[in-house]
Design a protein around this ligand. Sequence first.
Ligand code: GDP
Ligand code: IMO
Ligand code: MG
Length: 421
Amino acid sequence: MVDVLLGLQWGDEGKGKIVDYLASDYDIIARFQGGPNAGHTLYVDGEKIVLHTIPSGVFHKHCLNLIGNGVVIDPVTLQKEILIIEKVQPDLKQRLYVSTRAHLILPTHRALDAASEASKGLEKIGSTLKGIGPTYMDKTGRNGLRVGDINTKDFHIKYNKLRDKHIEILRQYNTQVNWQEWEAPFFEAIEALRQLQLVNGEYWLDGHLKNNKKVLAEGAQGSMLDIDFGTYPFVTSSNTISAGVCNGLGVSPHSIKEVYGITKAYCTRVGSGPFPTELNNDVGEALRKAGNEFGATTGRPRRCGWIDLVALRYAIMLSGVTKLIITKADVLDNFSPVMAATSYKIEGKETKELPFDICNTEIEPMYNSFPGWGEPISTCNTYAETSQNFKDYCSFVSDYLATPISLISNGTGRDQLLIIS
Ligand code: GDP
Ligand code: IMO
Ligand code: MG
């Protein structure tokens, strides 16, 4: 049986913390897409850890962790991450598995990402510059290198061919790069990757599923960054919705049971692109401060705004979310009123649907207003203890989205969670 956990907004919903909490109920945590553009924050024994490629189950001794075929791997950053985590989890490598079909991010993919962004000027995507777009382009363009390739005898030849192709494209961008400098660390990291447990993830998972093991598929980014359904072209290059689980892990749709969808109690976005409920004012600034909204991967300030129920309803529809998780509810402790967008006004007409051309459409969000919580929820230990105002807000959100809330996160700490069902 496979359950799924994914972000419903533009990423950074708190997936890392929640996976770390849910992991005690699962045998395997499997990342199904994205790459080191992700930054999943966990607090373990009070210490902050940010995971980029490694699944967020690594702090549970009983959990095996798979980096699935849908993930793109930068061997250099993966190796750095392993060295950091090994200090606290010396047995990490015994519990970490990597799919042979996952694609490799080459140093020149990163250079291409930077050159492409620079060439776009003001229209840049705001990419994390980790080489994600160019690597997925080589995957779908059928030029990519995969983890399994590193154990073939002509790996160097394949690498050189792809690198030369990249240098040629970089020349068209008028960009010269010192690729020679990047190769020694890259091949050192490839050597380290060779030492890991490389498996055909789809058979590996199938074997475990046949033995009734429980798998949690961990998403990266968020539904509004999905390559097909997000705010294109201001998106990432993978399918972040639950459809990405089947092709990112090689499991059948029949095996999927619960789909946990995470949203913040408000909304953030990092990078460019449309954000209908964005607050370019003091309230937005106050949200950034209260929520400490700075990117876990790039440190960039995140754009902040009110929760957007129109976009959330869309995300829930796309992924078949069965359980809703609300994070960072404590961040709104000192805000009153609290607003939630319930429809969009486009050319004078009200709608609850996202328009096709969201980037070029003037959207006026229509809001429902709620009084603030009245008392802080950050100090509550159970949902029952929270104020009636907070419960009313939660009931409204849950009813609007026709999805039950299972968990509410009310602080960064591992145990700061209110369990509803
Ligand atoms: P992810 O990418 O979805 O895993 O989320 P990030 O780690 O990028 O960003 C979430 C940030 O919010 C991290 O700094 C978390 O420590 C923090 N966080 C998670 N849940 C809560 C919460 O309930 N309250 C507060 N105040 N912070 C939270
Ligand atoms: P987690 O898993 C927030 C954003 C970037 C940019 C766009 C494309 O931590 O939630 P890319 O590097 O993928 O080509 O960038 O997507 N982005 C994220 N925003 N959280 C993430 O991951 C993100 N991963 C990518 O800021 O706007
Ligand atoms: Mg993040």
